[in-house]
Ligand binder design. Sequence first.
Ligand SMILES: O=C(O)C1=C[C@@H](OP(=O)(O)O)[C@@H](O)[C@H](O)C1
Ligand SMILES: C=C(OP(=O)(O)O)C(=O)O
Length: 441
Amino acid sequence: MSDGSSLCLPPVRLAAGQFRLPGSKSISNRVLLLAALADGVTHLEGLLDSDDTRVMLDALRTLGVEVDADAPAGRAQVRGCGVFPVKQADLFLGNAGTAFRPLTAALALMGGDYRLSGVPRMHERPIGDLVDALIALGADIRHTGTPGYPPLTLGKGSISAGRPISIKGSVSSQFLTALLMAAPIHTGQQSADLVIEVEGELISKPYILITLNLMSRFGVTVRREGWQRFIIPAGACYRSPGTLTIEGDASTASYFMALGALGGGPLHIQGAGANSIQGDMAFADVVEDMGATVVRHADSVTVSGVRVAEGDRLKAFDRDFNLIPDAAMTAAAMALYADGPCTLRNIASWRVKETDRIDAMHAELEKLGAQVESGSDWLRVHPVDSSAWKAATIKTYDDHRMAMCFSLAAFGPVPVTILDPDCVGKTFPGYFSVFKDLVQA
Ligand SMILES: O=C(O)C1=C[C@@H](OP(=O)(O)O)[C@@H](O)[C@H](O)C1
Ligand SMILES: C=C(OP(=O)(O)O)C(=O)O
């Protein structure tokens, strides 16, 4: 069905079965960097094998870190080296925010001649708040293209962290994550604590909890005062935890929770559950509120639901999605089958991700026959009556989540064609083959 550049999905009615999630992108890229900075060898299990982890692995190897990876098996062995031995490198980081932002901070604190670049869209994704915070600390960073955006050129700098570092958190939580993860490069040699203060609003907070959890697994416990102040103790430095198993990706789980909710289920999703450290597991509450039945196990979730292809409807919602911006896109696609208009609020960060996701969602949902409204930080989707569905060709804007979300349109009565389905490779190259195994006409 796929000719490489498009994939036509015929209408489906049912979804059931079981499936193991690929490793979490957020955890994989964090632990690769933490392991590279730590003292000792770290054995990683369950590592995600995708575009985003590949650019991180390639960058670490280029920087002289010894990494022995069996990517398809999800295993890697990383020999940590504290400060990277290669002092001059040109790093290509694709469109991986979880590689670009933390590596910028780590390399800026280490000092060296580095150039960091990505795909054209990465050069439209802001990084100015992080760069300003690092420059205030004494780092030498220049924007070689548009001010405030990659590509970046890093130099030696002269780091002095006597005063609290201030970082804005209203554009991306990854800036605070980057400073937190890099901080021990500096604190390791200092006799004073390092204080990071968040200036103004902080979005996507659960990702900060992932960062703090993983830092503590590598021996660095950060003191947190609400969401305003983070204190990294003097002398803090990373130590390998030995072996670390990465849980399944909770954002990816959202597509399968949606499948169970729309296609009857039961759909048993293995690899992340009630014990997960990922905020996106809260998407289980969203599908439950829409009328699905969710059973939460320690590291799996089972979702059963209605059969929208037979005319059943999900309950409409009006909610704030700031804490789960990635899984929120899945809710926007599920809104096609709701019993009233669904409103997603507080999602301004969508505009600076893989594409402008508010505009992209708006345009593509309309092609299916939905009435859609949107504003600077919100989106409202009106459900589609079965007679109003249009067989559409969906643009995916090189955004893996657009492609995965729009597979859910296959529960409508007409075929849906997904352009460039391979863009799912950013986080889940095998998505469409698993999708086809779990659905039935
Ligand atoms: O830290 C992370 O792993 C992430 C943080 C979120 O970004 P923002 O903080 O920019 O919302 C999320 O959208 C991204 O996919 C992964
Ligand atoms: C926003 C995303 O990615 P990134 O880590 O590149 O920010 C995402 O995966 O939805």
